[in-house]
Design a protein around this ligand. Structure first.
Ligand code: ZN
Length: 422
């Protein structure tokens, strides 16, 4: 092994331990974007950047950047980063591992006095997790120029307007109507992330090299029935919205299973959010609002799924006294990672003696947004039992350290490549 595993591991552990304390104390680990705890973690990170001698700035999209300037005069930049926000009652590693790994890389590039022919930027992408404004990846979408006026003007439950929050944290929402200027100079965007699945752990593989990130679509499905007294309405007189909703949930589950087997590609569908009205033990449910989350690497399988589901809903509308409608509320397209970066990741992991596997991502990531405007690549490291978005989420610091070693070596390999070109 040609990297100092011990040094990386203790640095990573120390930083993760520090960040885990910045949580809503009643619901560990909660650090929602723009919350007080999020601001606290941002100041902490700013301080970490400064301690490493990185130049701190916030870009128009509210991403927090620590820049290690090349001694050569250049505008070119390699970005490494992830996110420090969490879902409610989330984990200590999702996103965080990637930011800490990036810090570690910058620290040792600096310490080992390596002169890169490009600037190296550590990024904390603003608000990666799905938020109250019904969007995710605020910062990386901002870089890619795809935060449109409608999204920026959305208000959350507390009446806060998204663009005002971006401006408050140091961004400039007026300038988000096109890709940020930095995109012209990006040589590569690299991200390390926990797998959030079990493949690497079960197969005892050190590094997953991401080939693609699935298209993610979300739909709202509303079922309207008729609320009524649960004692006086006989069974054949009811329009129970929850009963119809449960048929749809089972149908979605079975259809997704069938299509994932048929397409032999990543295909998952989940109805994970349900609002039942009036939600009372003695009242027949009159309305159910559900959110369907659909993730697919195959556009054909996605279309097939939606066609069949729409037909099923039409059929249900005919035979049941409840009325169901389905509406698309969000879409992020399927993206493939940069092929030369996949190749370089593979060679790099091989050269470090780390076992690796090229694989699909199941989750969405900032890197998916960045790949619209720059060469982007991503690696996964194993996490325990595939747990994620829950307090049990866990990754060994030594595993993050292996991924960090790959990132470090990628940066120096990219430096060799770009020096050879000039
Ligand atoms: Zn994440």
């Amino acid at each position: 092994m040609i990297y100092n595993d011990q040094l990386y591991t203790s640095f990573i552990k120390q930083k993760i331990d520090a960040l885990e304390k910045m949580t809503d104390q009643d619901n560990p680990y909660t650090r929602i974007v723009f919350s007080e705890k999020f601001y606290e973690a941002r100041s902490w990170l700013k301080n970490e950047y400064q301690k490493l001698g990185l130049k701190v700035s916030t870009d128009e999209a509210g991403n927090l950047i620590g820049l290690l300037n090349s001694k050569t005069d250049t505008d070119k930049v390699v970005i490494i980063g992830s996110h420090i926000d969490t879902v409610p009652s989330g984990g200590r590693f999702d996103g965080i591992a990637g930011v800490v790994a990036a810090l570690c890389v910058a620290k040792y590039i600096n310490k080992n006095d390596i002169n890169l022919p490009f600037n190296l930027a550590v990024y904390d992408y603003l608000g990666e997790e799905l938020n109250d404004w019904g969007t995710s990846c605020i910062g990386s979408r901002g870089i890619a120029g795809v935060l449109n006026k409608e999204i920026l003007s959305r208000k959350n439950k507390s009446g806060l307007v998204l663009k005002e929050e971006i401006d408050k944290i140091g961004g400039n929402s007026e300038l988000l109507n096109k890709p940020l200027a930095v995109t012209k100079n990006i040589l590569a965007c690299l991200e390390l992330h926990i797998e959030q699945g079990k493949v690497l752990e079960e197969r005892k593989i050190d590094i997953g090299i991401v080939r693609s990130i699935p298209g993610i679509s979300r739909f709202s499905i509303n079922v309207k029935g008729q609320a009524g007294h649960s004692g006086t309405n006989l069974m054949n007189q009811r329009s129970d919205a929850l009963v119809t909703a449960s048929e749809i949930i089972s149908f979605v589950n079975k259809l997704a299973l069938k299509l994932s087997e048929k397409s032999n590609q990543h295909f998952v569908a989940t109805i994970g959010k349900l609002n039942v009205y009036p939600n009372s033990a003695a009242i027949i449910p009159g309305l159910v609002e559900m959110t369907l989350d659909l993730r697919a690497t195959s556009q054909i399988a996605r279309e097939e799924f939606l066609n069949i589901l729409e037909k099923e809903i039409l059929l249900l509308n005919k035979k049941s006294s409840c009325k169901t409608d389905i509406k698309n509320i969000a879409f992020a397209p399927f993206v493939e990672m940069d092929k030369s970066l996949i190749y370089l990741f593979k060679n790099t992991a091989d050269s470090l003696g780390l076992s690796n596997n090229i694989m699909e991502s199941g989750a969405g990531h900032d890197t998916a947004q960045l790949s619209r405007v720059a060469p982007a690549g991503m690696i996964f490291i194993p996490c325990k039992n595939g747990f994620s978005h829950c307090p049990e989420e866990y990754a060994e610091a030594s595993d993050i350290s292996k991924g960090t070693a790959v990132l470090y070596k990628m940066v120096t390999n990219l430096a060799d490549q770009s020096s050879n070109k000039t």
